[in-house]
Design a protein around this ligand. Sequence first.
Ligand SMILES: [Zn+2]
Length: 69
Amino acid sequence: MRRSILILTLAAFTLGVNSCSNESNKTAKESTKPKGKYYCTMHPEITSDKPGTCSRCGMDLAERDTTGK
Ligand SMILES: [Zn+2]
């Protein structure tokens, strides 16, 4: 009885960790992309070196404020 609960808990934990790490891996991968000068205000992970549109929503990319203010 105790053993099956332990296994269940372990399985749930492993599943949770797996889905969690998958998601954070994806996010980390996207956020480590070289930051372009232009980005989508809805999807900050979508960046570009030159003006254009977001590949996800088609919105015009906004220019990143590089003045430091
Ligand atoms: Zn977008």
